[in-house]
Design a binder for this molecule. Structure first.
Ligand code: GTP
Ligand code: MG
Length: 325
């Protein structure tokens, strides 16, 4: 076996657009070696002595997935996109992390079993805040506002009770996007909010119990009502859950009745099929249960395809469809 290796460096004309071969990713055209691709211009070719095994690139880095990765996930089967909407600090990222940590902790006990992830690095980076080390655990940091048109996507592969693989993509977006989008759907600072609204298969909307009972409850209520209104046309026929986050705070500081009933009334007017759940970091199963129910709702909302057999002959014998017809 030869231990020499040809090392090639150069630039791809699609670098940064949809190809990340220069950053150690794989070729967007699917070539095994960049030199085989017409888009790649070789700048330096060296013959090196190497005793290391040949390394093959993989298309995922483990970080948040983007729109290019989405098409690759979709290529292996049906995937489901869950859009998580809610203004700043309403517990969106924490909710996602509880789902991830509880899934890997409870493993095989759950109906939908953890079967891998292409964004493990992103999950682990975020959950390192929540994990209890020898000193203390903290909440994840605020999701930074990006100018992207698409949010960071977190990926979970699950297996259902019949061992079918389900690719779940969950959005982790900054809350400011939704506040801006609720005010003006055309505002460029709304980032990936319109993309999420159009492309999500299921919707989670966060209502922060702590904020709705706190000093700025008027502002929190207004932001939530505006979001419900903006989102309503996109949620038709799609499973939608309104999630009361930080419900552990309710005992000490309940949401004033007029505020709660205004939100519930708006929800039943604009998104009548939406279901409501309470979640808290103190009860990780509350998040797992809501995801289970969301997936079950999605399965039952899908209409079976009606296949009608074409009439190919006028003979009554050939037209016979059996006694059921
Ligand atoms: N009491 C309580 N506080 C919570 C809970 N979940 C989140 N929090 C608090 O809410 C804060 C915000 O949570 P995040 O998950 O970062 O909120 P976010 O919606 O992702 O915020 P942005 O990324 O800024 O949009 C955390 O820093 C915690 O202080 C919970 O279950 N109970
Ligand atoms: Mg966040």
């Amino acid at each position: 076996m030869s231990d020499s290796e040809i090392v090639v460096s150069g630039v791809c004309s699609r670098e940064g657009e949809d190809c990340y071969v220069g950053d150690g990713g794989t070729c967007a055209e699917g070539k095994d070696h960049p030199t085989e691709c017409d888009c790649f211009k070789v700048e330096l070719e060296e013959n090196t002595k190497s005793s290391e095994l040949k390394q093959y690139g993989i298309w995922w880095s483990g970080n948040n997935l983007g729109i290019q990765d989405l098409s690759r996930i979709q290529a292996r089967g049906e995937s489901r996109l869950i859009g998580v909407f809610g203004s700043h600090d309403t517990g969106k990222t924490t909710l996602l992390l509880i789902a991830y940590l509880n899934n890997i902790r409870r493993g095989l006990e759950l109906t939908y079993k953890f079967a891998g992830s292409k964004s493990l690095v992103a999950w682990e980076n975020l959950s390192s805040y929540l994990r209890l080390d020898t000193t203390k655990s903290t909440f994840p940091p605020h999701t930074s506002r990006q100018s992207d048109r698409v949010p960071g996507l977190l990926h979970l592969s699950l297996r259902d009770s019949e061992s079918n693989l389900i690719d779940l993509l969950l959005t982790d977006a900054p809350g400011e996007w939704f506040t801006t989008w609720s005010l003006n759907s055309k505002d460029p600072n709304a980032g990936g909010a319109p993309w999420m609204a159009t492309n999500s298969d299921m919707f989670i909307i966060t209502a922060d119990c702590n904020k709705l009972a706190g000093e700025n409850r008027g502002k929190a209520r207004k932001e939530l009502l505006m979001l419900l209104e903006r989102l309503a046309p996109f949620t038709t026929d799609k499973p939608t859950f309104l999630i009361w986050t930080k419900s552990d705070e309710l005992e000490e500081k309940p949401i004033p009745e007029p505020i709660k009933s205004a939100i519930v009334a708006k929800l039943s007017r604009n998104i009548p099929h939406a279901r409501q759940y309470e979640v808290t970091i103190k009860n990780p199963d509350s998040v797992t249960n809501l995801l289970n129910d969301l997936l079950l709702d999605y399965e039952s909302s899908r209409q079976p395809m009606i296949v009608s057999e074409p009439l190919v002959n006028n003979s009554s014998f050939m037209c016979y469809r059996g006694s059921y017809a």
